[in-house]
Design a protein around this ligand. Structure first.
Ligand code: BV8
Length: 250
């Protein structure tokens, strides 16, 4: 059944209108990737300070790499879900569509999205701290922990933005620019507590965009959303897509 609110949002999705979608761990939850802060979330089991900071890596790189190797093993076994696939379709459908993700799991790309701003990096990439070279790495499990740079032998690090590290200026600048000129911003599956990602909807809202949140739980951004869908991304996004198709075929 198509709710009135779904129809209203679908009607706002005009073919030429700029759309930004900000995703978080919740969109991958239905694929089986653990979130960070909810029940069963990674930060309920592990301390971010021990595993996701530059200080933790300097102290114990083997421990940090083992944790990422374990997560790579989990992610390698799962598939993108209908939420990821809907966003890939929207990229093809809307010329001014920008996908900004905090996720590092690579599932948006596997679903077919091509223009993705990965604000926090990608678990399938390594970076050489000496030469700055970013390389793809799909080994599961990793052959050596910690892995070494094939070119200079230095210890590689995950190509991930840890707490206290700046985001890649090119990524955050693109995300800021897209957010400040979009007409619609969807916030999907994020607890909206990690900055600067969580500041993007405010930027869009101030510039006059309609804010649409999709999350089974309320977040600090919920009071500012024009539409809040309390449901799963893998159900609400396909429902919106279906409604969009019905509207456009009359
Ligand atoms: C920086 C990578 C500056 C590791 C991650 C302003 C105010 C306060 C603090 C700060 C601020 N600005 C900066 C900070 C500090 C800090 C920060 O934000 N701290 C917070 C926590 C207080 N930010 C930083 O440190 C950032 N860097 O600001 O640098 C700087 C400048 C110059 C020089 C030096 C430094 C860097 C942030 C990067 C953090 N990296 N981790 C890894 O993943 O291995 S953050 C971690 O949280 C994840 O990566 C994830 O991307 C991110 C966000 O989490 P969510 O995706 O939202 O996931 P969460 O579990 O929280 O929520 C899931 C949601 O899904 C829930 O709401 C749930 O209800 C919902 N859900 C569940 N199922 C579904 C669903 N929704 C839909 N469908 C479902 N089926």
């Amino acid at each position: 059944m198509i709710t009135e609110e779904i129809r209203r949002v679908a009607e706002l999705m005009e073919p030429g209108g700029a759309i930004v979608v900000l995703t978080g761990a919740g969109i991958s939850a239905e694929s089986g990737v653990p979130t960070f802060r909810g029940p069963g979330g990674l930060w309920r089991q592990f301390r971010a300070e021990d595993l996701a900071t530059p200080e933790a890596f300097a102290r114990d790189p083997k421990l940090v790499w083992e944790w990422y190797d374990w997560r790579r093993g989990l992610i390698a076994k799962v598939e993108p879900n209908p939420g990821h696939r809907t966003l890939a379709r929207w990229e093809a459908r809307f010329p001014e569509f920008v996908l900004v993700t905090q996720n590092i799991d690579g599932l948006h790309a596997r679903a077919g999205s091509k223009r993705i701003i990965e604000l926090h990096g990608n678990i399938w990439k390594t970076r050489c701290p000496e030469e700055g070279l970013v390389a793809d790495n799909a080994e599961v499990p990793l052959k050596a922990i910690p892995p070494a740079c094939p070119s200079c032998g230095a210890m590689l690090r995950p190509h991930i933005v840890w707490f206290g590290e700046p985001l890649d200026p090119a990524d955050i600048n693109q995300a800021w620019a897209a957010s400040s000129r979009c007409r619609l911003m969807f916030i999907v599956g994020t607890s909206a507590v990690v900055h600067p990602a969580a500041s993007l909807p405010a930027l869009a809202g101030r510039a006059g965009a309609q804010i649409i949140e999709i999350n089974p739980e309320p977040t600090p951004l919920s009071p500012y959303a024009n539409f809040s869908f309390r449901g799963k991304a893998g159900e609400i996004l396909p429902l919106l897509d279906e409604t969009l198709s019905k509207i456009s075929t009359g």
